[in-house]
Design a protein around this ligand. Structure first.
Ligand code: FAD
Length: 479
């Protein structure tokens, strides 16, 4: 008899098994949901995906409900193996379990030792664009298709068909009943429940991927930096939760996008944008997480030591008057997801300006988004959005004012705040917040060309004091 293969909730696709006979252990621990206040739809998705996988595998699988993983493994009492887990905490735990074999990672194209050799050669100058070039050459991805030059920003895409809906089944109904009961018993969630929006099985995820490649990918180029379109998805694939649950293997998805480019179904700029996200950014962040280890987490570089306010933590969009923030927060509350630019320029930017603690914000993203994942948070929230990683990845502080948000398509018309106003009752909280952020971090931003130039335009000390006083008074109240 082969060993049991223990599959975590991020390892639910076929590429985490070797053959059709393998015995599979799946463990559902209530403590995972009790310890952190997760988005209700995220909790639903995880449970639904685990239970669907158990149902698919039938007699080969054992789905164990236990208080802890250790208890489940002890109760099983037989040799177990697992694919390399996706977090340092899970790996540390695995190493404490006697007789548990950890196999190499799956679901990534690039190799850890290869990356380490590349990164060592670069002596700390780790830029995603360089990694993307290196990895494409190394793995023959879009090898003969150079990334097109950046294009001027376009208008949001129109008439892009939405992803096909998910049809819930009896497993989802049972998950909903269980979560309702847990809530009555005291487990707390954030966000609203709703029909399941995201794939819970490999088959559902494949349908979404195919649909994206055929219908949405062609419209995907040139939407960088935009905040919204008719369906709020900006032609993105909305597949991040499927990749992070391990339902989809990135490599075939990357190759399929390549083929769409070759067949002429999608323009090279769109193919590169998708592949850069999945093969560039995603692989790069995964490798950085392991390359730097715990050193990567939360260096307090900018003045950022305030706790997250309650209204933000609870996704209380109704408390917010600023239309852009209210809209994005409501989207997170109702769907557990937001497009990339909204995460950076509306959510992350607000926390950066207010000096919220990067690690708390990362935890919030991790709990509130269906795709929230520790190893990605590290670099995207701590690094990219809060600039607290000592600039280890290629980014400047993502601080922007209200005028920038308006140009990106924020719904400023009809908002009670005026994007260009810095001072006064109508001052946009992002515009006043941007200027106060510049002053508070004056010395630290001296080396950043864009922000140093913005500071150089704002030298009047009386105005500076007025902005700082106004924003201090505004504090962390919902804007
Ligand atoms: C503050 C902040 C927090 C984020 N947190 C997460 C997170 O917890 N989990 C997560 O998967 N992504 C995260 N991202 C990255 C990115 O926003 C999401 O992957 C993307 O918006 C998901 O939507 P999509 O599937 O439609 O992506 P698409 O634009 O269709 O891209 C395809 C796939 O590429 C990958 N990808 C694209 N961009 C990135 C990126 N910058 N970093 C890593 N992978 C990328 C994702 O797997 C995604 O599904 C975060 C970005 C920011 C700025």
């Amino acid at each position: 008899m082969s060993r049991w293969r223990w599959l975590l909730a991020d390892q639910l696709g076929p590429h985490f098994l070797d053959d059709d006979a393998q015995r599979v252990l799946l463990v559902e621990t209530r403590s995972l949901f009790a310890d952190r206040r997760l988005h209700r739809q995220k909790a639903h998705l995880i449970l639904s995906a685990l239970r669907h996988r158990a149902a698919e595998l039938g007699d080969r699988a054992r789905l164990v409900r236990a208080d802890t993983f250790r208890q489940a493994l002890t109760d099983l009492g037989e040799p177990v193996e697992m694919v390399h887990p996706p977090s340092r905490a899970a790996l540390a735990f695995a190493r404490t379990v006697e007789g548990l074999t950890v196999l190499p990672p799956r679901g990534f194209v690039t190799d850890r030792a290869d990356f380490a050799a590349w990164a060592d050669r670069r002596r700390g100058r780790l830029r995603m664009a360089d990694f993307y070039r290196y990895a494409r050459e190394r793995h023959g991805v879009l090898a003969d298709v150079p990334p097109p030059p950046r294009r001027p920003r376009r208008r949001p895409p129109v008439d892009v068909p939405p992803p096909p809906p998910i049809v819930e089944d009896d497993i989802d109904a049972q998950v909903r009943r269980d979560l309702d009961r847990w809530q009555v018993e005291g487990i707390r969630f954030v966000g609203r429940d709703g029909p399941r929006r995201y794939p819970a099985t490999h088959a559902e995820a494949q349908v979404r991927l195919r649909h994206f490649l055929d219908h949405r990918l062609p419209a995907y180029a040139g939407t960088e930096g935009l905040l919204g379109d008719a369906d709020g998805l900006l032609a993105q694939s909305v597949l991040s939760s499927s990749f992070n649950l391990g339902l989809l293997d990135p490599e075939p998805a990357i190759r399929a996008a390549e083929r769409a480019g070759r067949d002429g179904t999608a323009p090279p700029a769109a193919v590169h944008r998708f592949v850069r996200g999945l093969f560039g950014w995603r692989e790069f962040l995964w490798q950085l997480y392991w390359y730097f280890g715990p050193r990567f987490r939360g260096a307090g570089w900018l003045a950022a030591n305030r706790p997250l306010p309650e209204w933000f933590d609870r996704l209380d969009a109704d408390a917010v008057e600023a239309r852009c923030l209210a809209g994005v927060l409501a989207g997170v509350r109702d769907t557990g997801w937001a497009p990339q630019t909204a995460r950076l320029t509306v959510l992350g930017n607000y926390g950066l300006q207010r000096g919220w603690r990067p690690a708390e914000l990362a935890d919030w993203f991790g709990r509130s988004f269906v795709d929230g994942t520790d190893w990605i948070m590290n670099a995207t929230v701590i690094g990219m959005s809060q600039y607290a990683d000592l600039a280890r990845i290629d980014t400047d502080p993502w601080a922007f004012d209200g005028a920038h948000l308006e140009r990106a398509g924020a719904p400023c018309a009809g908002c009670r705040y005026v994007p260009k106003e810095t001072l006064g009752d109508d001052a946009c909280p992002y515009t006043g917040g941007f200027e106060a952020f510049l002053h508070r971090n004056r010395e630290r931003l001296a080396g950043d060309p864009r922000l140093a130039a913005a500071l150089a335009e704002r030298t009047d000390p009386r105005r500076r004091d007025a902005v700082l006083a106004q924003e201090e008074k505004r504090g962390d109240d919902a804007p």
